[in-house]
Design a protein around this ligand. Structure first.
Ligand code: C5P
Length: 250
């Protein structure tokens, strides 16, 4: 039972829906069973920040996946607004560069202090799990190998005070091994693109099972459609928790 409580802390469920009703149904079914609800662009652009308030008022934790990327001033103002809504985690794009990352971090600290709130974790998005090395090389003209590029961005995040990064579980081991000596163990590695063996891949390319992700050093797994598209989301969550439990027991 204790392990089950620990397992759930690793699980973030992506509330990707354009329907408030659907989101509320999922929150009701899954709160207390999982660690965090992820509010991303789809739901946020539909309902706005009140969805964060609803989850927080219900006692849940929120990862606000707004993936901010803009000039430092705009990002820091947007970050402050999200901190005021008491999100527990939020993210910015690493490709905004060092200055943007520093301003975002400064804003988290100041907004938390001004509003007398705990500091949320600031994460950096490295390379989307729906992207392959082909996209990196041909569309974006980034000549570095995907793994090395993600590692480079992770190091940039550490250097600029971020609390963690978002990457695929395939890169998590490399990052965990390389950062061990440079930063504290509580550096978060949040991995989307999680697909249990029984789930569809959808548009995700760099995927891993929950067990692989945990074994590779991920601290949090983001799971959307394998749970939210399931006929029985609670059963899907339980199956994933069992897999996480097995992986953390080893
Ligand atoms: O449904 P699925 O499990 O693929 O959902 C993954 C979620 O994680 C989506 O909300 C997506 O926006 C998000 N995400 C991602 N890759 C990243 C960062 C976030 O897939 N690098």
């Amino acid at each position: 039972m204790t392990t089950k409580i620990q397992a759930k802390d690793h699980l973030i469920v992506a509330l990707d829906t354009s329907s408030e009703e659907e989101a509320l149904k999922l929150i009701k079914k899954l709160s207390n069973k999982i660690g965090y609800f992820k509010v991303g662009l789809e739901l946020f652009s539909c309902i706005g920040p009140k969805i964060i308030d609803i989850i927080k008022d219900d006692g849940g934790k929120v990862f606000f996946d707004g993936k901010f990327l803009d000039i430092p001033n705009t990002v820091s103002k947007a970050v402050a607004n999200i901190v005021k809504h008491k999100a527990d985690m939020l993210n910015v794009y690493m490709s905004g560069g060092a200055n943007m990352l520093q301003e975002a971090k400064k804003s988290v600290i100041e907004a938390a202090k001004t509003n007398n709130l705990p500091q949320p974790k600031l994460l950096g998005v490295t390379v989307l799990t729906s992207m392959t090395s082909d996209v990196l090389e041909n569309d974006l003209k980034i000549q570095t190998q995907l793994n090395d590029y993600v590692l480079h961005l992770a190091m940039l995040g550490i250097k600029n005070g971020l609390d963690g990064i978002i990457c695929s579980a395939n890169e998590a081991r490399l990052i965990r091994d390389r950062i061990e000596f440079q930063t504290k163990d509580d550096f978060l590695i949040v991995t989307p693109g999680i697909r249990p063996a029984w789930a569809q891949k959808n548009d995700q390319k760099r995927i891993a099972t929950p067990e692989e992700a945990i074994k590779n050093g991920a601290t949090h797994l983001v799971v959307g459609r394998p749970i939210t598209d399931s006929k029985d989301p609670v059963d899907a969550v339980n199956k994933i928790l069992e897999e996480i439990e097995d992986a953390i027991r080893v």
